[in-house]
Design a protein around this ligand. Structure first.
Ligand code: MRU
Length: 358
């Protein structure tokens, strides 16, 4: 049975924005209404909706929620509410560039509207949010096809965190590659790192792969080296939160370690991401802002005290994998390989394949 990660039901003025609350998975599958801008901000911050492309889609719909939250009798009042909402939602999480990309699109849509009918203006804003969601879905399917071609039959694939349908509009990025390979008849077996501290791999990746009928085995993060050494992994595929113009990639904390392990075992390490995840303003990964999250996630994970009181902890939510450890960046436009500034620029800004390996 399929699920809905996020959706908008109805028209712009009276419709409802709903998400699947991912903090409750895998125990409970519950859709919740985000009725005001604070609900949207908290949902993003608390990871009820998470994963870079899904955060972007949620922010776009959140902008519509905000646009209609004040005076709706004039275009200028609605525009003002939208601009305030965009500035506020931009403070929710710093690393995934899709958040800022989507808010920028909504802002440009609002500023570019030349009509005077408030109802039509709100409808245009909702149409832009739907476009962001639908384009994400199309990009994810294209990523799946490009990436599946890189995987052979009977392949063990290790992934970290959740870069699946739960992290996007529906089909995923890293998991799109796996879904497309599986759908084409290849036998793919997935090893999902549990992904401390919030267990996105164990709770979410294992949940959605099982839902879609893909064999999955959950391992603790510290087991990846052994699984690789045992010859069970032929490729690593992960997602991304922000990719700098030289290919350096921010993704869930622990990804860098997995990339080093893959290198040590001679296993290709791929990053799958749509062009909305590239930040071409950054020369390299050193400029990517890394979110630091609350110590509670480590000291009291899932309600149980696991660190003695008073002990300090460090909780960066993401790390940066240098481009030289990445075998290929799988985008909707094609595969970037080798990963360097010239090839990233050609693919992302040029829009046609410069892939030298296929
Ligand atoms: O903190 P999260 O759960 O939002 O982190 C998500 C990730 O790191 C994903 O791998 C990334 O956003 C890619 S999602 C297609």
């Amino acid at each position: 049975m399929h699920w809905t990660t996020l959706h908008w039901q109805g028209d712009a003025l009276t419709g409802q924005f709903q998400i699947l609350d991912q903090t409750l998975l895998p125990e409970q599958e519950r859709m919740i209404d985000l009725t005001n801008v604070d609900d949207v901000w908290v949902a993003i911050k608390a990871l009820k909706v998470r994963g870079a492309p899904a955060i972007g889609c949620a922010a776009a719909y959140g902008a519509v929620v905000g646009a209609r939250s004040g005076e709706v009798s004039s275009v200028s009042a609605i525009r003002e509410s939208l601009l305030q909402t965009a500035a506020y939602l931009a403070t929710s999480r710093p690393t995934a560039v899709n958040l800022f990309w989507a808010l920028d699109r909504m802002t440009r849509c609002a500023n570019g509207y030349i009509g005077s009918d408030p109802t039509d203006f709100l409808a245009c804003l909702l149409a832009e949010a739907h476009s962001i969601r639908n384009e994400d879905d199309a990009m994810c399917h294209a990523i799946g096809l490009h990436g599946a071609a890189l995987l052979g039959d009977r392949t063990g694939v290790l992934t970290h965190c959740n870069a699946g349908g739960l992290a996007t509009s529906d089909y995923g990025t890293a998991l799109a590659v796996i879904y497309a390979a599986h759908e084409s008849g290849k036998q793919i077996k997935v090893f999902a790192d549990e992904t401390r501290p919030l267990l996105q791999g164990a709770r979410l990746t294992a949940w959605e792969l099982s839902r879609r009928g893909v064999p999955v085995t959950v391992i603790c993060d510290n087991m990846a080296a052994v699984v690789m050494r045992e010859g069970k992994v032929q490729a690593v595929v992960v997602g991304a939160d922000r990719i700098a113009s030289n290919g350096d990639t921010a993704n869930k904390i622990g990804t860098y370690g997995v990339a080093l392990l893959a290198k040590a075992h001679g296993i290709p390490f791929y990053v799958a991401a749509p062009s909305s995840t590239f930040d071409m303003t950054l020369e390299d990964g050193s400029g990517i802002p890394i979110e630091e999250r609350s110590a509670d996630e480590i000291t009291h994970g899932f309600g149980r005290m696991t660190v003695p009181a008073g002990v300090s902890v460090y909780n960066p939510a993401f790390d940066v994998t240098p481009a030289e450890l990445i075998s290929g960046l799988i985008t909707e436009k094609g595969v970037i390989s080798p990963v360097n500034s010239m090839n990233v620029k050609a693919m992302i800004e040029g829009g046609f394949s410069t892939n030298q390996d296929s």
